[in-house]
Design a protein around this ligand. Structure first.
Ligand code: G16
Length: 541
């Protein structure tokens, strides 16, 4: 067993996006592609000699190959220890939990999240820093810069490690500790929520369906929901993680979690349904005939936080990504706490959480979490809802409607135009940019534009500035349209258009009727059909 130094040449495209480096599996399987990026991570951080790294992924195709490569590179580069999930499995929130609990140097998470997996699906790699959260932009920029000049990487020629057994083995001067992926995370959940109350809920016949979408949460949900909380066996469906997620798109929204939606809207629907994504950080909450929008979910959790043991002392503040609806803002006003608006990307919440400016945060893209870790957390959000239902005795529908009655309702929807030509997508954004100065005062039917701008964020903790984070059109009635390009796709570009309309009293309108006029305005102002070549969105959530 010895350390090899291998010559390499840089790849030009290793620029981490919204959440790490995401590419198709064939791109990752090019010789040295993974190795270059991993070495670029190690070369961009200092002080890890002898320290511990957390390593795991969502089990998608290429996970097991990449884990072995990274173990050998960590050993060759001088890490003292790697804590790796059994079979290479760790959900993203569990990885964040481990980094924080054991005070490790950082972690590497292998996932392309909600993107499909398999031989020609997507793969991804993300570096998390010592606070348990995604590396901030200054680190990801350094990794990218390094990847463009890298000339060699270090790797041990040790044989592959058996990751099927928990326990410790040695590689070079490094210890590899293979751990149960669920235990520490389950303990953390138990320390936050009222497990007795949720147990009584299930004991009383409450019916719940958890769709793990053949992704990483299956084993976590079986242990926590069925074994620890006593939900009947079979409550967790699609519970066995598969390398290709059973050919499905592991994205918990009403379109991709159709099986769950059909069940919940059918004659035999459960009292509550929930789904999680590929790596377990996203969640969707469903009641009988109602899917809770992620923006509403954040607002509702914030408004009711003191009912949960882990937040009984109140919350310090709330943050939401810019395109997320403004529902949480009104809760913050009522609670007299600050509400921060950040760019899309969980990494932007890290500083606010570390600085204790906020306790809860969330995004329209089905992500919600709190200061317990530094990632969004699917199972945490689901347990939060179960805990709320248990202590209030209300249904999902009642909780949502009661919230709207108190705070008003944000009618909200996102339209995605997927895999469009990258140049055309950039041209559409330029077209919008060129109009920004002249939009204020323009009238479209009953809507009048109040102002329009391009969102730029100054981090209130470290002062770093992130520009070009989406174009916003504000209307005089408080409605908004937001345009931005996704940073997580792997092919072409994806345009996201977000619609948010607030109504104080008229809370029971049909969603498409409520947003119809705004949708027409977006198409007209951005000339969407011309630039995308698409007459309608690929996906509406
Ligand atoms: C990632 C980020 C989220 C972001 C989402 C969508 O989630 O962590 O902060 O909201 O991507 O980003 P975009 O609109 O740029 O595609 P995940 O679950 O994919 O890691």
């Amino acid at each position: 067993m010895s350390v090899q130094t291998i010559s390499t040449t840089p790849f030009e495209d290793q620029n981490p996006g919204t959440s790490g480096l995401r590419k198709t599996v064939p791109v990752f399987r090019q010789p040295h592609y993974l190795e270059n990026f991993v070495q670029s991570i190690f070369d961009s951080v200092t002080g890890y000699q002898g320290k511990t790294l957390v390593l795991g992924g969502d089990g998608r195709f290429f996970n097991s190959v990449a884990i072995q490569v990274i173990l050998k590179m960590a050993a060759a580069n001088g890490f003292g220890k790697v804590m790796v999930g059994q079979y290479g499995i760790l959900s993203t929130p569990a990885a964040s939990c481990l980094i924080r609990k054991y005070g490790t140097f950082g972690g590497i998470i292998l996932s392309a999240s909600h993107n499909p997996g398999g031989l020609s699906g997507d793969f991804g790699i993300k570096y998390n820093i010592g606070n348990g959260g995604p590396a901030p932009e200054k680190v990801t920029n350094a990794i990218y810069a390094r990847s463009r000049e890298i000339r060699e990487f270090k790797i041990s020629d040790a044989p592959d490690v058996d990751l099927g057994k928990t326990g410790s083995v040695r590689m070079e001067n490094m210890t590899i500790e293979v751990i149960d992926p669920v235990t520490d995370y389950a303990e953390l959940m138990q320390s936050i929520f009222d497990f007795d109350a949720i147990r009584s809920l299930f004991a009383g016949g409450f019916r719940f369906r958890f769709d793990a979408m053949h992704a990483v949460c299956g084993p976590y949900a079986r242990t926590i929901i069925e074994k620890m909380l006593g939900a009947p066996e079979g409550t967790v469906v699609n519970a066995v993680p598969l390398e290709d997620f059973g050919g499905h798109h592991p994205d918990p929204n009403p379109v991709n979690a159709k099986e769950l939606m059909d069940y919940m809207n059918g004659p035999d629907g459960a009292d509550m349904g929930a789904a999680t994504d590929g790596d377990g950080d996203r969640n969707m909450i469903v009641g009988r005939h109602i899917a809770v929008t992620p923006s509403d979910s954040l607002a509702i959790l914030a408004a009711n936080a003191t009912l949960i043991p882990g937040y009984s002392g109140g919350i310090a503040g709330i943050a939401r990504s810019m395109p997320t609806s403004t529902a949480a803002d009104r809760v913050a006003v009522a609670l007299q706490v600050s509400c921060y608006e950040t760019p899309t990307g969980w990494k932007f919440f890290g500083d606010l959480l570390d600085d204790n400016k906020i306790t809860l945060c969330g995004e329209e893209s089905y992500g919600t979490s709190s200061n317990h870790i530094r990632e969004k957390d699917g199972i945490w959000a689901i347990l939060f809802w179960l805990n709320l239902l248990a202590v209030t005795g209300k249904s999902v529908n009642e909780i949502v409607h009661d919230h709207w009655k108190s705070y008003g309702r944000n009618y909200y929807s996102r339209h995605d135009y997927v895999n469009i030509d990258s140049r055309q997508a950039a041209a559409l954004m330029d077209h919008l940019r060129s109009q920004l100065d002249g939009l204020a005062g323009k009238r479209f039917g009953r809507y009048m534009i109040e102002k329009a701008d391009e969102f730029s964020y100054t981090d209130p903790v470290d002062g770093s500035v992130s520009g070009r984070q989406g174009i916003r059109i504000f209307f005089t009635d408080g409605s908004r349209i937001v345009f931005r390009l996704s940073g997580t796709g792997t092919v072409g570009a994806t345009l996201r258009v977000y619609f948010d309309r607030y109504e104080k009293d008229r809370i029971d309108q049909d969603l498409s009727a409520a947003l119809g006029e705004l949708i027409g305005i977006a198409g007209e102002v951005a000339d969407i059909a011309r630039f995308t070549g698409l007459k309608k969105p690929t996906l509406i959530t």
